[in-house]
Design a protein around this ligand. Structure first.
Ligand code: AMP
Length: 172
């Protein structure tokens, strides 16, 4: 199935010079949505990944991560922007182009023995995924891999990630 044909390119969003890869057009397509989740699930199982929890990064990582967790027989854990999670959290700060941002996870969501897969819709520079990896690795649990629908190859985001399987369905 030609998934790329279902992804909409929006130039200069959210700011000048960014070519935004809009997956809402993929998500609204019943066959596209099913194929995407099935394909990602297949790649995870083919890689032999044993996953207790899928960690979805706010917000498009939630959309992909929840059905993937369901298919893998795993639980789902949200990693959210600062101040959104109601119970006690662990936080990690990371650098943006201008300034810093902060991601959080519930303190009681993960145990030392947990095997986790980090999921987002897209990897660009890798900063967001790297920070999420630090968050879970600081807790001490086992990071088994990363899953993305889209990888922007030229930005070489995967170079910044720990040495675990990095699964992406489409490259640009
Ligand atoms: P990065 O931390 O640079 O890897 O950026 C990844 C995050 O930013 C993901 O949550 C993406 O959803 C979003 N993002 C970055 N670049 C794009 C893009 N060109 N199109 C759509 N989303 C993007």
């Amino acid at each position: 199935m030609d998934l790329k044909s279902l992804i909409r390119d929006i130039p200069d969003f959210p700011k000048s010079g960014i070519l935004f890869r809009d997956i809402t057009t993929l998500l609204r397509d019943p066959n596209g949505l099913r194929y995407t989740i099935d394909f990602l699930t297949q790649k995870c199982t083919d890689s032999g990944l044993k996953v207790d929890y899928v960690i979805g990064i706010e917000s498009r990582g939630f959309i992909i991560g929840s059905p993937l967790a369901y298919k893998l027989g795993a639980g789902f854990i949200p990693v959210r922007k600062k101040g959104k999670l109601p119970a006690a959290v662990y936080s990690v700060e990371y650098e943006l182009e201008y300034g810093t941002d902060c991601l959080e996870v519930h303190q009681d969501a993960l145990q030392l023995t947990s095997r986790v897969l980090i999921v987002d819709d897209l990897i660009a520079t890798g900063g967001t995924a790297k920070a999420t990896a630090e968050l879970v690795q600081n807790i001490g649990c086992e990071l088994v891999g990363f899953g993305f629908i889209i990888e922007l190859r030229d930005l070489q985001g995967r170079k910044h990630l720990p040495d675990v399987p990095i699964i992406s369905l489409l490259e640009y």
